[in-house]
Every structure is written in C-alpha cells, then in structure tokens.
Design a protein around this ligand. Structure first.
Ligand code: IVH
Length: 693
C-alpha cells in the first residue's frame, strides 16, 4: 500500500473510532474541530485519488445531489409490527399467555423505550453497510441508503469479526435537544420549523437530496435483527443488543431486563416518570421475551410477534377542530391568543382550549377558525396547537379558504385600550395598565405597596375581594370607599365563602380594621411625585427611574406631555423605557385615572425641574457603570448631578467620561472603543471630595 492509501485508511479508522466512542460508548475523546480536520484531510486525499474512495468512507456522509426516486427494497425478512397494549390488564394477559404456553412461571423480558422515530433496516455484507431501507409495508420498503449514510450514529463498517450478512433493525430519530436547536435556527432564518422530532426524522429520511439529510441532526438506535448468515446470534435478545454494541451499533442506554408482569409494569412506570426528561421522544415501551428460543416457540399472529408487546402511553396528540380564536389578557397586560376547540380527550383529559402563544406562533401555524388542528398536551404543560391539517381546511368551490388568517386585535378585548407590541418583544400588550380590568388586581397591589402609596392593611386578599365584589375598578376608586362599603364588602365576602362573619362576632360589628384602612388610604393622599410615578406601575419604571423622572420634570404635567425625545434626555432612560412611558401617558384611559386620582385629592409637591445649572460639571454627560464599593451608583449619580452633570445610561461619542467600577462590562468596552475618558472609583471619590459643597 502506498503512503497515501495508508494515510486514508488510518484516517477512516480514526474517524470511525471517534463515531463509535461518541455514539455507542457515549464517551467522546476527540473535539469536534479535530474530527472536522480529519474529515477534511480524508476528503482532500479522496479528491486527489478517487481510486481510494471506498464504499465505507465517512466522507460519503456529507450527502450527494438528488438522484431519482427511492428504489423499492424487498426485505429478506419482513419488518413486523407490534401488538399494542394500553392497560395493565393487557400487559398481565400478555405475560400470562406466554407463561402458559411455555410452562414458564416467570419469563424474563428485554424492556425498551418505544422510540418515536422511523423504523429502518440496515444491511451489512462482510461488515460493510451496503443498503438501508424504510419499513414501508413491512415486506417492501424504500432504499434510503444515501440518506442513512449521512447519519453519524450509523456505522459504515462494523467493528470486529463481521458476519457474512447481517440486517440490523432500529429507529432513526431526532434527539430532542437537536430538534429544538434545529427549530431555533430555522426560525431565526425565517424557515419553516419542524412540527415534532418524529416528523423531523421521517421528513429528513425522505429527502431526495441527501445533503439536506446530512444537515439534519439525526441519530439511530438498533433494537432488532433481520436476516443473517455466517454468524451466530447470542441466545438472548439482551445478548444480541450487546453484540450490536460490539459491532459499533448504538443501542438505547435505557433498555433493561424485567421478570414477570410486575417487573414489566414497574419498568413502564419508571420510564413514564422520566419521559419528559429523556433526550429522545417515546410513545411507550416495548417488552420482548428475552430468550430467542422462547421467541421462536411463541411464533407470530398475522404480522406481529406473540413474544413482544408495545405498551403505549396515552396519546399526547389528538386532532380536533378550532371553533374560535380568542385572546386573553394576562395580569400584566400580555395578550395571549387561545384556540377554542371542539372538546377532545388528550391523554386522559378533555381539552377545550389550547394556547397559541403569540402572534408569531399564529403566523407560523397559519391557524384559522374552522381548521383541523393537532393539539398536544404533555405532562403538566398547557395544551398547545402543534400544527394545522391543511388538507382539511374548509374552502369554497374555487379552493379559496373560507376563513381569513387570524390577526391580533389592535385594541384590548377587555378594556379597549391600545394594544402594542414593542420591537424585540414576542408578546403584544394592553397599554391600559391603570384601567384594564384584567390588570386591575396587579395594578392595585402595586399601587398600595409600601414603596408606592404605602397603604397599610390593603393586602392581596382584600384587593381580590374588593375587585371581585365590584368595589374597585381602578386605583382612583380607593379614595371613594366608605366605612359602610368596607363592612358591606366583608359581609358579602363572608357569605360567599360560607365563613363565620367576623364582623358580627359576639353581636358587635368589628369595624376597627375598616377604620384603620380608611385612615391609611386617606393618609396616602399626601405624597410625593416620585411615589406617584412609581405607584402608577408603568412597566420598567422602578423606584429609581421614578425618582429621576420626578426630579427631571418637576411636575406630572411636564412628564405627561414629554415626547420620546425629551424622555431620552433623562439620565438612565433608554429608548425602551422612553417608549413605554410615552405609550402609557398616551393612553387616554390611563390619563383619566390620573385625573380621577387628582380629583380624589391625591396631591404632591411640584416644582421646577431640579437640574443644577452651576458647578464644575455643567454641560458634561457622565455614565456610571460597574459596581462602586464606596457608595451606590444612585448616590454617585446624585452627587454628580448636584455638580451640574447630566448622568446618562448609555455611552456615546457625546459622553464626557465614564466612571467604571468593579466588573464593568459592555459600557466600558464601548467607552474604550470610542476613546471616551474613563475614571476609576478612586478618581471619582477624589473629585467629589474636592468639590464637596
Ligand atoms: S421491535 C418484531 N423495538 O415500533 C419487533 N420496535 O410497531 C419489531 N419501535 O415501527 C420491532 N422502538 O419503529 C422494536 N425498541 C423497539 C422499538 C420499536 C420503537 C417501533 C418501530 C416499529 C414499531 C413496531
């Protein structure tokens, strides 16, 4: 053999070994880059010396251009199906049947996950993979050799002493993580995602261009024998699985052995409990009589062996019809579209609603009223619409769909306020934070909280009752409540809950709590602008932003009439928050509530904007980033502003200097990139010291 031929053979060995370690032993020893380098080197040799290409070369795994259709393949031994069981009873009957027939009280079984992919048969002649076929009707399948070659888990040559002929049956599947990653990439590129891992596997194998198959993250587990010659299988199925591993064929790591019906059912429970965490999709488990001689003794009925059984989980997916598409408004204003479905039993639960998540998801699915859809309910997860059965879409005689695509509402179905979807956000939201009944409880809880209006005694439970019994619509209503309202509300709540009315205990009406509450509501009227701003519950306007806004604008009216550009002038307010503030005050419903708050006597001191117009930092824009050890960033900001600086949240060419504390990140990088002056904490402290007022 020439040097080049030797090197090519060595490269194939190294690559095969890497695949074996990765897929069979689950113990990879070389890095991806090294693997890729080996493949590239081999590819180059084969290009220069085509005569060195061999039918088992891993370079064949990259796929090739379309050929015609798939040729039919007759299976030397038919590919059987499995009898199904859905209940413990059926499993017990299966074991009893075998016990009786064999006169064996406790037969042992190989227990295996029932992989949810595509069954295939691999034919190896003298150890070399020569042909692979789908199951088809069991007697004849389709030749998908070129596609199967691209799957790295499938060895192109068996390890060790190879049989003259061996057909290996198993499942091609798409590991769940690979499926998720594939779909994330597809969505990012605007491509259509795969409906589920099973469709992913099936669709990938049916590609006429195997380069497409090569780009799909498929894997393979072997689980059965087909035709063999020149080789003796182990006497037990579990032994055959070990022989598969020795040949370099991957076998599912979660297979086991169990004895008797109880052993099988225990395995079913164990796998069922792990189902959601398994790295591959399954739809049940498979029990196979372990001893091959016993298998033979049991034989077959029609096209299924009597020695094996598929014990299936209840189906997680069902087909049903969309009767309507509604949208729900969440407590934070997020708008979620929901499909109203003709009732259907999915895995033991009647499902009538399924989430459609958001506008993107609806566009992806193109789901319309009247469509047949596949709904899925997995574990405790909310049922969701997986896909639309397009063939069943209702159409008129011309084939035009009867129903238009669904579009998200532009105003809130609960309160009529504008619905907006911010750039980069998946959820659309109702902007009537203060007004929308769906958001009422949330906004009241926040409004009353200690750091907002600080209304002592107005807790979540009480707010629930006040809202549910109709005493409160918006935060402004709080200031209209009377002692009688509270007492009446409590009476009705007690009645509703069937609890002993505390208000009437001992014949005396307990009203102190209500009086205290009224006092704290009344007391909250005199407040500060920053508290009111925080209490309004504008998204992303926390205490510190509220404080900055109060100082910057001086009055609520000035803030309410500020446009986005003016808001961007505020230190620490970026484009997203500026947009949110503007949207909030733009919504007439919110402005109404604010007017009512004022009318109810909620008052605060207002003054001119407080920006120092003198001091050593007038006209300077400063950005604080990273953690300071000597003082909080807020305090540092206050002191810089007191010296006339404008403190900003983002670095630009206009930034005068950046104060970088501990673990400063991207803002510091940006400053360096733009050549902006950078101060450390010591320099800041020194400066503040020198200019202490
Ligand atoms: S054994 C004679 N083992 O189940 C037995 N099948 O209905 C032949 N399947 O289409 C099959 N996991 O795709 C076997 N561990 C497993 C399996 C399994 C999934 C599928 C296979 C076939 C179907 C049989």
């Amino acid at each position: 053999m020439g040097e080049v031929a030797k090197r090519a053979a060595r490269l194939r060995e190294l690559i095969d070994e890497a695949n074996y370690r990765y897929h069979v032993l689950d113990d990879p020893t070389i890095a991806d880059v090294r693997y890729d380098a080996l493949m590239r080197e081999l590819e180059e040799i084969e290009q220069a010396h085509p005569e060195l290409r061999s039918p088992d070369s891993p370079t064949l795994r990259v796929g090739a251009k379309a050929q015609g259709e798939f040729a039919p393949v007759h299976h030397a031994k038919p590919m059987l199906s499995l009898g199904n069981a859905f209940s413990e009873q059926e499993v017990r009957e299966f074991v009893a049947r075998i016990s009786t027939s064999l006169g064996e009280p406790a037969p042992s079984f190989s227990t295996e996950p029932k992989l949810d992919g595509l069954a295939i048969s691999l034919r190896y002649e003298d150890g070399v993979f020569v042909r692979g076929a789908t199951r088809g009707d069991g007697a004849t399948g389709e030749d998908v050799t070129a596609n199967l070659r691209t799957i790295r888990a499938i060895p192109l040559r068996l390890r060790g002493d190879a049989p003259k002929l061996i057909e290996v049956r198993g499942e091609v599947f798409m590991p769940r993580a690979a499926f998720e990653a594939f779909n994330a990439r597809a969505r990012a590129k605007g491509d259509k995602p795969l409906a589920n891992p099973r469709n992913g596997a099936a669709g990938s194998l049916r590609q006429l261009d195997s380069r497409i198959t090569a780009s799909r993250p498929l894997s393979f587990y072997a689980y059965a024998l087909g035709a063999i010659s020149g080789w003796t299988p182990a006497p037990r199925h579990s032994g055959v699985l070990q022989q598969f591993r020795d040949f370099g064929l991957p076998v599912c790591p979660d297979v086991g052995i169990a004895v008797g019906a109880e052993g099988l059912l225990a395995y079913f429970e164990r796998i069922g409990a792990r189902r959601d965490k398994l790295p591959y999709d399954i739809d049940g488990v498979v029990y196979k009589l372990d001893r091959l001689d016993q298998q033979e003794a049991m034989g077959f009925v029609s096209r299924a062996p009597r020695w094996a059984l598929a014990h299936k989980f209840p189906a997680q997916e069902q087909t049903t019809r969309v009767e309507a598409i509604d949208v729900q408004v969440g407590r934070t204003g997020a708008i979620t579209p929901v499909a109203r479905l003709a009732p259907v039993n999915v895995a033991g639960v009647v499902v009538t609603n399924a989430t459609l998540h958001n506008a993107d998801q609806i566009a992806r699915l193109d789901v319309r009223v009247g469509d047949s859809v596949i709904v899925r309910r997995a574990g405790d997860v909310i049922p969701e619409v997986v896909s639309v059965v397009l063939d069943e879409r209702p159409r008129d005689d011309d084939g035009t769909p009867l129903n238009p695509p669904f579009s998200m509402p532009t105003s809130c179905p609960v309160c009529g306020s504008d619905v907006v979807r911010e750039e980069g956000e998946v959820a659309a939201r109702c902007t009537g934070e203060l007004f929308c009944p769906a958001q009422r409880k949330q906004s009241l809880i926040h409004f009353a909280s200690r750091r907002a209006m600080d209304i002592e005694g107005l807790g979540d439970r009480l707010i629930d009752d006040l809202v549910e019994l109709g005493y409160l619509s918006t935060v402004a209503d709080l200031y209209r409540l009377t002692l009688d309202d509270f007492l009446e509300m409590r009476r009705r709540a007690d009645q509703r809950d069937g609890t002993v009315p505390e208000t009437a205990k001992g014949g005396k009406v307990a009203s102190k709590w209500a009086q205290n509450l009224l006092d704290s509501i009344a007391g909250s009227r005199a407040t500060t602008l920053e508290r009111v701003l925080f209490a309004l519950g504008i998204r992303d306007v926390g205490e510190s932003t509220a404080k900055t806004l109060a100082r910057h604008f001086g009055s609520l009216d000035a803030l309410m009439s500020a446009d986005e550009a003016q808001l961007l002038d505020v230190p620490d307010v970026g484009p997203v928050v500026a947009r949110r503030i503007a949207t909030f005050f733009h919504e007439a419903h919110n402005r109404e509530v604010i007017a009512k708050l004022r009318a109810a006597g909620v008052a605060w001191a207002e003054g001119p904007p407080q920006r120092s117009t003198e001091g050593p930092l007038v006209g300077k824009t400063v950005v604080l980033t990273g953690a300071l050890s000597g003082m909080s960033r807020d305090l540092a900001g206050d002191r810089l502003e007191a010296l006339g600086a404008k403190v900003s949240g983002s670095v630009s060419k206009k930034t005068s200097f950046v104060v970088a504390g501990e673990a400063a990140g991207s803002k510091l990088e940006k400053a360096i990139e733009l050549g902006v002056e950078v101060w450390d904490e010591a320099r800041l402290l020194d400066f503040l010291d020198k200019h202490a007022q």
